[in-house]
Design a protein around this ligand. Structure first.
Ligand code: SF4
Length: 384
């Protein structure tokens, strides 16, 4: 029997000081002050000097001040594929978070270097499933006699280590757009799925799109002995959900849906499947970031939309569609703090360093990890 006892990736608030926890915050070189009025001009000049040597990717949740310099915008998987399709650019500046830059490094050519403007731009959801924790979970599944029946599926929002674990164990990566197809593929191979690291996407897909009941799902908690589950619970479950969530989408509540419906008659509630089950079941439409963008683009003028996803994107959608009433679903949910770490000063620092021939903040995945992560990513691309 195994006992999961791993350290939390971050200290709990008020529980002490860990000088190493702020690793990556120190930027090599001098970070320009945010008040520098020449920042936009400096970014433009450095990018122009680099020309085709640099390809700037901007995730949908990035700030406007950064997005204006993106050569392409999109979700994490689209961006990684776009970078792979531009091998003539030796430098890929990824304005997003760490796991996205890792995926870009895995999918791009060996001569391309992927740069994350601030190494502290992580993802709290990805950090909720570490390699050691997932290895321990697998041992728990073995002890319960179910590991041979389990196909692991990981959301794109996971570290390269976790994607590689899934690749080694015959599983697949999924996005919020193809989670149903990934699960159908997995259940054709085994009778159970271990879904990492977002319990909400896993539960919402299993229950709303695969016809499972909530009782078919159990939640494995990496901070509890044996995941907090008995062997019997693991044997009976069809869906083993990892206890992870997005710190932004997980904060929307059923009350916020009820409140906006009362305040704005006729409003359409449109949410991301990383939201909690009680939120998506109260919404009118559910879908990935790309689906949300397309839905607002296609909406009737004059229609009202309360959108439950990252605030930078909702504000951009509202500004781009002044003929529609696009609003944020909740008054208290804030920006993704790690996405927001990439700001104009960090982008200027990265571009100016590259223009001087200095390559800093490179995200590089080791060969073996990249190989197995690619196995799981390729399996996703091969989904019917
Ligand atoms: S929005 Fe959520 S899933 Fe995306 S980077 Fe932020 S914490 Fe991670």
């Amino acid at each position: 029997m195994t006992t999961p006892t791993r350290d939390l990736p971050l200290l709990l608030l008020g529980s002490g000081a860990d000088p190493a926890s702020e690793r990556g915050v120190d930027c090599p070189g001098e970070l320009p002050p945010a008040s520098d009025p020449a920042l936009v001009e400096r970014a433009r000049a450095a990018k122009a000097a680099l020309g085709d040597k640099v390809f700037v990717l901007g995730h949908h949740y990035q700030r406007d001040e950064v997005i204006q310099f993106a050569d392409v915008t999109g979700d994490s998987f689209k961006l990684a594929r776009k970078a792979a399709a531009r091998p003539e650019a030796p430098y890929v500046v990824f304005c997003g978070v760490h796991f996205m830059a890792e995926s870009a490094d895995i999918l791009t050519a060996p001569h391309q270097q992927v740069i994350l403007p601030d190494l502290a731009a992580g993802c709290s959801m990805a950090d909720m499933a570490t390699f050691d924790q997932v290895e321990e979970c697998w041992e728990v599944l073995e002890d319960a006699g179910v590991a041979d029946d389990v196909v692991p599926v990981t959301y794109m929002n996971s570290s390269a280590d976790i994607k590689a674990f899934v690749g080694r164990h015959g599983g697949v990566v999924c996005t919020s757009s193809n989670a149903k197809r990934a699960l159908e593929w997995a259940y054709a191979k085994g009778s159970k799925v271990l879904f990492l690291p977002d319990q909400h996407l896993g539960r919402n897909t299993a229950v709303l799109q695969m016809g499972f009941s909530l009782d078919d799902c159990v939640v494995y908690s990496p901070h509890r002995r044996e995941g907090g589950l008995t062997p019997r619970q693991l044997q009976d479950a069809k869906m083993i959900l990892w206890r992870g969530h997005c710190s932004v989408h997980g904060r929307f509540t059923r009350e916020s849906v009820d409140e906006v419906r009362e305040r704005v008659p006729g409003v359409n509630v449109l949410v991301h499947p990383e939201c909690r089950h009680e939120v998506v079941t109260a919404a009118d439409r559910i879908g990935s970031t790309e689906y949300i963008i397309k839905t607002i683009e296609a909406a009737e003028p004059g229609s009202a939309w309360a959108v439950g996803t990252e605030l930078n994107l909702v504000r951009r959608l509202a500004n781009a569609h002044p003929d529609k009433n696009v609003m944020f679903l909740d008054k208290t949910v804030c920006y993704c703090s790690t996405m927001n770490r990439i700001d104009l000063p960090h982008l200027v620092l990265s571009l100016e360093s590259l223009a001087r021939g200095e390559v800093e903040n490179v995200i590089s995945v080791d060969e073996e990890t990249a190989h197995y992560a690619r196995v799981a990513l390729d399996q996703m691309l091969a989904l019917p």
